[in-house]
Design a protein. Structure first.
Length: 137
């Protein structure tokens, strides 16, 4: 039989674990990855874009302006098709059901229920520095 003190300690420890669980994703570590534009001719000009796998993470990278790039998870939030970039109107577009996103990943139209995940991306000289999380999501 368990005494009252031991029971209350166990209850307190269990409550502490439950309170900490929502914070666990925030503890995920991040890593910086550099990719060089020399390896991706399609990405060199403004308006260029690619879908590429970097460290187990699939990315849509867009060279949106001089000295600027943006990176997204290219998976449409509707039915998981791969989104591409349409430079003539600066929109990310899903070829399956025409969901469209702006260059912040925000849904502009179509059936997509939420924004695309965006990754930090900085263009320094001819190198893109990406910040990815270890989970690769």
């Amino acid at each position: 039989m368990i005494d009252r003190r031991r029971f209350l300690k166990s209850l307190g420890a269990g409550a502490g674990v439950l309170i900490a669980l929502p914070a666990l994703p925030a503890l995920a570590t991040t890593k910086k990855v550099a990719i060089h534009l020399d390896k991706f001719d399609k990405l060199k000009p403004v308006g260029g874009w690619i879908v590429v796998r970097v460290k187990d993470t699939e990315l849509l990278i867009v060279h949106d302006a001089e000295g600027s790039v943006r990176a997204f998870d290219p998976t449409c939030t509707h039915l998981k098709c791969t989104v591409g970039y349409r430079p003539e109107d600066r929109r990310l577009v899903c070829p399956c059901h025409a969901s469209t996103y702006d260059l912040d990943g925000v849904v502009l139209g179509g059936p997509a229920p939420r924004a695309l995940k965006r990754y930090d991306a900085v263009l320094k000289d001819d190198t893109i520095v990406l910040t990815l999380d270890d989970a690769g999501s």
